[in-house]
Design a binder for this molecule. Structure first.
Ligand SMILES: NC(=O)c1ccc[n+]([C@@H]2O[C@H](COP(=O)([O-])OP(=O)(O)OC[C@H]3O[C@@H](n4cnc5c(N)ncnc54)[C@H](OP(=O)(O)O)[C@@H]3O)[C@@H](O)[C@H]2O)c1
Length: 348
């Protein structure tokens, strides 16, 4: 019976605040590389792992998100950490998958993932685009940006859009979709390099470094003298408070995530509810899982066309080797990543 050594990343203890590399460990387990006949099982070798900030909420002792949907469930110390990934089938008893098929699914932060049943794996067309695109621009980040912007914000051409964490995986795509649609777009990010990228390569109308501005309310007012119609919120906290103060009547806020809150709940936003009421602002939370399969088809076909035509720029930040996961993950909370953070676990 073939035996495989499987390296994986886990947490040593629950992570309550900003993560540090020493909080993670690399472990090795021995797995049997053969599957039971008639089992429908599949073993997948991970090629690209998606590194997502919301994983931090799974690592906490307690967080309201943990009971929301299965992919947000709690991770206990020592346990494998699942996230979206692209891999190669190394063994299969499932009729739909054969050895060497390239698949997308919920893979562990590990060299190999064993699926007792391969029903939640999808075969990928590998001809046209790099495999890593399937966890970024064509994966959850892209769907979150597309669905959050078009479905939740319901934009009209010419409206003024503000995006936070705008050089990140979701944020950069929101800004690009909004520009392609015909909106006026300003992004904020945490460094000059990111601001230059937004204004240059990505074509945002303007951008600013929020770390250099103490008074966020008046900074946003400078960039939006006529107010904001749509705020795509990736960070929560003070930025959300400042955006609400600058929203126009009937403004829409897509509550996509709350980076500033994830590692410091003391930074949670205190909203001016008078503003929300009198300006009739809609604030709507959403998860990418909410979007229907019909909607996903529309997202994939539109995004594929944009990427193929070179109209949508794909930003990826790829580190190499399973050992680099803790560093890559911590980087999300320090603003090190530009675009989608990915770890290439194995060579294609
Ligand atoms: N609703 C959904 O279904 C869904 C799906 C995917 C992601 N999300 C959410 O979308 C947001 C962005 O996710 P992503 O995967 O695209 O990550 P990302 O933006 O690529 O990476 C996180 C970025 O957040 C910024 N950041 C870190 N700490 C911050 C803080 N304390 N205050 C303000 N900004 C901070 C950093 O950029 P700077 O240099 O600009 O600080 C960092 O690069 C997250 O809140 C995530 O949870 C939601």
């Amino acid at each position: 019976m073939e035996v495989l050594k499987n390296k994986f990343i886990t947490i040593k203890a629950h992570v309550e605040d900003a993560p540090q590399e020493c909080m993670f460990e690399l472990k090795t387990q021995i797995i049997l590389g053969l599957l039971e006949p008639e089992s429908n099982g599949v073993i997948v070798k991970c090629l690209y792992a998606s590194i997502d900030p919301a994983q931090i909420n799974r690592m906490k002792t307690q967080c309201s998100s943990q009971t929301s949907v299965a992919p947000a469930s709690k991770i206990t110390p020592g346990m494998m950490i699942s996230g979206s990934g692209v891999g190669r089938v190394v063994a299969s008893k499932h009729p739909d998958f054969q050895k060497n098929d390239i698949v997308y699914g919920s893979l562990e932060w590990a060299e190999y993932t064993i699926f007792k049943n391969g029903n939640m794996l999808w075969k990928l067309d590998t001809k046209e685009f790099p495999l890593s695109y399937h966890i970024g621009v064509f994966g959850t980040s892209g769907l979150t940006a597309y669905g959050g912007f078009f479905h939740i914000c319901k934009p009209k051409k010419g409206e003024k859009v503000f995006v936070s964490a705008a050089a990140g995986s979701v944020g950069n795509l929101v800004g690009q979709y909004a520009k392609l649609f015909g909106c006026y777009v300003v992004g904020c990010a945490g460094s000059k390099q990111k601001v230059d990228l937004l204004k240059g390569k990505l074509g945002f109308d303007d951008a600013f470094n929020y770390k250099e501005d103490v008074d966020l309310k008046s900074t946003i007012q400078r960039y939006f003298p006529d107010g904001i119609d749509i705020y795509f919120d990736n960070v929560g906290g003070e930025m959300l408070e400042a955006a609400i103060a600058n929203m126009n009547n009937f403004g829409r806020v897509a509550a996509c995530g709350a980076m500033s809150d994830y590692t410091n709940s003391g930074k949670r936003a205190t909203l001016n509810m008078m503003d929300v009421t009198y300006k009739r602002i809609t604030i709507k939370g959403f998860l990418s899982l909410d979007f229907s399969s019909e909607y996903i088809k529309d997202f994939i076909s539109t995004t594929t066309d944009y990427v193929r035509a070179g109209e949508l720029c794909v930003l990826e930040d790829i580190s190499h080797g399973i050992e680099s996961i803790p560093y890559a993950f911590n980087g999300l909370f320090q603003g090190r990543n530009i675009g989608k953070q990915i770890v290439q676990i194995s060579e294609e």
